[in-house]
Design a protein. Structure first.
Lengths: 189, 158
């Protein structure tokens, strides 16, 4: 008896049939699988549209820190790029470098903060030197104050005083922009 | 490959109308776009509340006829809205957590009513006590800006 490969074998009648004989043909399967790229392209397109809608050309104006939880604001305007004074529970920093301890500002009775004033004056001098010939960008005294929501006004008051003493009269309080409750956008002066 | 896989010639020998679109460069472009947008995405939107402080350099202000010297005091008891000849107390109310909080809704209503009577009024001086938190100060300034009182001055109470 002939040796045959195990498996299903059709009967002679089915083997002759045009319709049913195809089930038993043992052709080699191709090694390539076709990928459905349409859904992938759809998904990519949706992601690109979503990201484009969230795109902001201004970039990060503030240094976001874990120690500083900003309050919410519904009627704020877009922040402009300016020197940043950050006030956390531990330290007061100006453009990333510490100038005072928050605890000292809470305790003290005097209004002035000499280290911060010096830093602000240096910044003003630097800006005026750089833009000496640039009349379109004259010094406006713009400064952004970014403080934790629990910081008492006593600290903010002293920082505002230091800003005024150094010629930074345009103070912007930073807050998290929230939508809802019928926000009306206010343009900065 | 991607797209429709048309037969180049039909049985009758005519050219097929379908054309194959090569999706690979399109996918490459989309991948680059997604990478770039993800890297440059800003997830937290920061708002700025512009204020002027009482000790700062004087800003040029337009002379307005029907305005009053409006002051809003933030004390431990609540808001106190004062103007020449009148004063209004808005005490703190119990919040959802049970703690006393500033009654922001009532303040917004009162400022709206006041703005209705004095449409030219755009200046207000916010005077918080030393112990008032930055959160309360910002939300108060935010309410003032929302009620079209755009010249907000922050000054210490004492």
């Amino acid at each position: 008896m002939a040796i045959v490969e195990p498996g299903k074998r059709p009967g002679p009648r089915i083997e002759r049939s045009r319709v049913f004989s195809k089930k038993f043909t043992r052709g080699k399967k191709t090694g390539y699988a076709s990928l459905m790229l349409t859904s992938l392209v759809d998904m990519f397109t949706i992601i690109v549209i979503f990201l484009l809608m969230n795109f902001s050309a201004n970039g990060e104006v503030l240094y976001m820190s874990k120690d500083i939880k900003l309050p919410d604001a519904y009627h704020g305007a877009q922040l402009e790029r300016a020197p940043v004074i950050s006030v956390s529970g531990d330290a007061v920093t100006f453009d990333g470098r510490q100038v005072a301890a928050t605890e000292d500002l809470v305790k003290g009775d005097a209004l002035n903060v000499p280290e911060l004033e010096d830093a602000l004056r240096d910044e003003r001098r630097r800006y005026e030197t750089i833009h000496a010939q640039d009349l379109d960008h004259s010094f406006r005294g713009l400064v952004n104050v970014q403080a934790d929501r629990k910081i008492p006004f006593k600290v903010i008051k002293r920082i505002m005083f230091a800003c005024n003493q150094s010629g930074f009269g345009n103070i912007n309080f930073a807050a998290l922009a929230k939508e809802g409750e019928g926000p009306r956008k206010v343009a900065l002066k | 490959m991607a797209g429709a896989a048309p037969q180049p010639h039909t049985k009758s020998g005519k050219k097929a109308l379908d054309a194959e679109i090569n999706l690979v460069p399109f996918i490459d472009l989309l991948s680059c776009c997604i990478s770039f947008l993800l890297i440059t995405a800003v997830w937290t939107q920061i708002a700025g509340l512009q204020i002027s402080s009482s000790g700062g350099p004087p800003e040029p202000q337009q002379k307005q006829e029907q305005t009053v010297d409006l002051k809003l005091l933030l004390t431990e008891k609540g808001y106190q809205l004062t103007m020449p000849g009148a004063a209004l107390e808005i005490p703190k109310v119990a919040s959802a957590t049970g703690a006393l909080a500033f009654d922001r809704k009532t303040l917004a209503d009162k400022l709206r009513t006041l703005k209705g009577g004095l449409p030219d009024q755009s200046a207000i001086t916010v005077q918080p006590e030393d112990a008032i938190a930055y959160d309360d100060l910002v939300s108060t300034v935010d309410i003032c800006l929302g009620e079209q009182l755009r010249n907000v001055t922050v000054a210490p109470l004492n």
